[in-house]
Write a protein that binds this ligand. Sequence first.
Ligand code: CP
Ligand code: NVA
Length: 319
Amino acid sequence: MDTVPPPAAFAKDFLSILDLGHVDFERLLAIAAQMKADRRLGTQAPTATALAGRHVALLFEKPSLRTRTTFEIAIRELGGSALDVPAQFAGGTREPMEDVARNLERWVHAIVMRTFAQKKVETVARAALQMRVINALTDEQHPCQALADMLTALEHWRGQVRGRTIAYVGDGNNTITSLAHASVMLGIRVHVASPPGFELPDRVVEEAAAVARDGAEVRRFTDPADAVAGADAIYTDVWTSMGEEAEADQRRRIFARYQVNERLMAGAAPDALFMHCLPAHRGEEVTAGVIESAASVVFDQAENRLHTQKALLLMLLGA
Ligand code: CP
Ligand code: NVA
């Protein structure tokens, strides 16, 4: 592909991977690969002024290294301006969230939001008729992460993703929800091993079944060894997500059998990748040996946050 294709017609918001149709999703990944190749051109890149005159607000109610940094750089490298909206305005006590949204949309073209309830990003998206809303992680979903994960899988598997299996070991949380949605849309099977009580919700399995391609499906397991048998990648995430800190000790005990270690990796395919959205806790969900091994692509995933979010911004806001 020599040039970036023009933006497709797109849903107003990106609150979930399910907001993308199959065509838009594949297009987004193709644009992301182009963004990655073009980055060396700097200000000479064909998209260096694509967001000129566009303002994007960043409102984060939880900590973030990767998501915030990559969005800020993405906006700047596309010629737009990023501005911080303090989290105190999202509490709903000073004024209703709907009013915050209806104010912001008079000034900015999009908002990137990290919050707790998925309902809050939905409320903002509904209240704002023009402003694009991007989900930068909620308790339920992390769709921007899944975009980068799919670009990383495409790169390492040289475009041959259909029929592969990603085995996720751990909490049935926001990360695996979006990973499951995204993977099956590209024809990748998903195995999820979680302790009882922490399974991926039925709703997510049903949603994935509705968008799956090429026979892909989500299967849930209790035993990590069953889930990873022959898998092409093993993926894990923290046992205690942001907002659940009070449960950390209890979760350490419950998830102890769900560590991705050298023995578990040995049960996957010989060339299996290790994936993690980061931040990682060595000695908990993954051993230092596995995350530092040649199988680990965690920093490729982190890098690809930038390129996939540039593609997303272009598709949502590009001229
Ligand atoms: N993976 C991820 O979203 O990282 P941050 O929480 O640092 O943004
Ligand atoms: N599940 C983790 C992901 C962090 C990027 C959390 O929500 O804290």
